[in-house]
Write a protein that binds this ligand. Sequence first.
Ligand SMILES: Nc1ncnc2c1ncn2[C@@H]1O[C@H](COP(=O)(O)OP(=O)(O)OP(=O)(O)O)[C@@H](O)[C@H]1O
Ligand SMILES: [Mg+2]
Length: 427
Amino acid sequence: MTREAELEKAIERLATDRATTDDQRLLQRAVLSGNVVYTVGERDVVVGEDASGSIIITGDHNNLSFSLTEELFDKFKDIIFPKPQGIAPPFPDLVFVGRDEALEIVKERFGIIGESGETSQTLVVRGFPGVGKTTLVGVLARDPELIARYPDGVLWTSLEQKPSLMSIFATWGRSLGRDDFLRIPTPDEAVTQLSEILQNRKMLLIVDDVWQTEHGALFQKARGSSCGLLFTTRLPIVANELASTETEIYKLPVLEEADALKLMRILAPEAVTRYEKECRELLSEIEYLPLGIHVAARLLREELRNDWGDEKLIKDLINDIKLGAAVIEAKAPIDRIEGENIPTVTALLQKSTDMLDEHTRECFAYLGAFAPKPATFDLRAMQFVWEVDDPKPIVKKLIDYGLLEPVGNGRFQMHALLVAHARSLLN
Ligand SMILES: Nc1ncnc2c1ncn2[C@@H]1O[C@H](COP(=O)(O)OP(=O)(O)OP(=O)(O)O)[C@@H](O)[C@H]1O
Ligand SMILES: [Mg+2]
């Protein structure tokens, strides 16, 4: 039987309550390696509507897709990735491609697989805005090998820029069987009590989206000696401050080209079939960032749905996407909903640039205006653009905030979508 046929049979058995543990394992592996994905029928539907979607078995050229109701999808998720005990991160969608290596590295660093090198109980996953940090931890929390290592379950939270720490500690406390945490007067005291309870547990603590080292440090203090602690952050400076060694940091990369194309084919199959060459170029221009790929795919899908019968319109759109402007002005994918609002990509990127002082932000914006393709600069170019005697302190700050990256030999690089964002700041 081919791999596709095998997966298809396993899915059929699952849908009719005849799945075996082998089916469960097969499908787990297939989802974790992006060979089976789920997408809501139209990914731009309003969250919460009774949407139906499809399970897709991805092939090298063609995808096999079958429709399925939301209810059946929930069942599918629960069987393949049973919710861990405790407080699990959301697991909204199953389009998850290209992260085989990332999953492996995280498990190696925690000492769960492999024998090599230093292991640790704390890991900071850092990476560009929209590279997939939150998505990765959503999957990790349900990974069978991590669950086996931390059998007492998961405690998850997402901090964002102004976290309400006491209410997070109270929620964690409640999950650990303590109702009195809201009466504890200070975060410090709450952390002391959490650490006493966690001392005897094997749990995985997940703290997503840390913006301030001080916030992360509280969770570091709460961690029991048998617990694992996984942070994510956009900010290299926070990652460096939270980690005690270099091995405690994992920089999550953008997708490989083949995986980016695979994702595009799942999200906008018609666009890839009709304009494969242009889609490949487009992916290279947006530098394989998952957030950018989702948005670009949606824009293409919308345009093709209108089907004006005019090739030029679609090629124009592809060009606009390549320049980045069309992507950053568009709404983010629906899983990035905040309250009742789906922010634009610009709003997501702005969270990083809002952290800068005015002068540094201006310097960042100027880089956008002068950026070559791909956007790499050396110190002299930046000194010239900024008209300063010493560009190093500004460069350092941009690096600390994840807006510029050293690429060796005294050169620094800016991600394509950040270049587009920088340009939009100038206007
Ligand atoms: N491996 C992947 N396969 C498919 N889609 C992905 C993958 N990783 C992330 N995405 C999608 O890309 C978008 C951005 O991902 P995510 O929110 O996880 O990024 P992030 O790194 O947490 O961003 P931020 O820094 O803003 O918190 C989401 O819509 C998500 O569904
Ligand atoms: Mg995130």
